[in-house]
Design a protein around this ligand. Structure first.
Ligand code: 5RP
Length: 235
């Protein structure tokens, strides 16, 4: 029998704990990725037991998972509020130093950060689900940028001027670039450690042709960090 590894156990704990936050009547933003998938599965089980919720998917992937789990879906323009969003992250700042921006995130490992950002931002409460490998003192992974296809060379030049190194994200099958759910491309941009994520986020947003970047600053309300032994809630 296949056994679940430590990271999978951690992801499952985080996802399932976040799903417990969902209350009857809630509208829930459904993030993208392997950790959120556990939350979607658990919400689906609660729906089968009678919980009434509506989900707003952030990607084709989360839409498919939600449909398979039996979660009724809606859209942002059909609801008055989004009560809760549950979403994963590639890095989460877990340091109190003000320059580090506690709770700031890098997202976009699944190329879904544009939709994730406006759904997560619309929510009354946004809970990040993660395993301990995602925690960091400083954001330092490459920052994904969703860019309009025709704007790619211009954006790449501006990233180099800002001290970064852009690379076009390739599909795993190596048969072409990753194309987002919105029909755009992804540039993964290496900048090294990011000291002031808020200011840097504004710089990236101001580049013409950038649809959205993967820095999420001042958006998350809490991070649920699963582990093999249990779960910690970081506020
Ligand atoms: C998708 C994301 C994901 O939430 C992020 O990549 C984390 O994924 P996982 O839970 O699979 O580690 O930002 O765009």
């Amino acid at each position: 029998m296949k056994t679940e590894g430590g990271t999978e156990t951690a992801k499952r704990r985080a996802g399932e704990r976040a799903a417990e936050e969902v209350e009857d009547g809630d509208v829930v933003g459904l993030g993208t990725g392997s950790t959120t998938a556990y939350a979607i599965e658990a919400i689906g089980e609660a729906v089968a037991d009678g919980l009434e919720v509506q989900g707003i998917p952030t990607s084709f992937q989360s839409r498919q998972l939600a449909l398979e789990a039996g979660i009724p879906l809606t859209t942002l323009d059909a609801v008055e509020t989004v009560d809760l969003a549950i979403d994963g992250a590639d890095q989460v700042v877990d340091a109190d130093d003000p320059g580090a921006a506690r709770g700031a995130l890098i997202k976009g490992g699944g190329a879904a950060h544009a939709r994730e950002k406006f759904v997560d931002a619309a929510a009354e409460r946004f809970v990040v689900v993660a395993d301990p490998s995602k925690l960091t003192d400083r954001l330092e992974r490459s920052v994904p940028l969703e860019v309009l296809p025709d704007a790619r060379p211009v954006v790449a030049d501006r990233i180099r001027e800002a001290g970064g190194e852009p690379s076009l994200r390739e599909a795993e099958r190596k048969d072409g670039p990753v194309v987002t759910d919105n029909g755009n491309l992804v540039l993964d941009c290496e900048f090294g450690p990011i000291d002031d994520p808020g200011t840097f986020a504004s710089t990236l947003s101001s580049i013409p042709g950038v649809v959205e970047h993967g820095l999420f600053v001042d958006l998350a309300d809490a991070a649920y960090v699963g582990s093999e032994d249990g779960l910690e809630v970081r506020e």
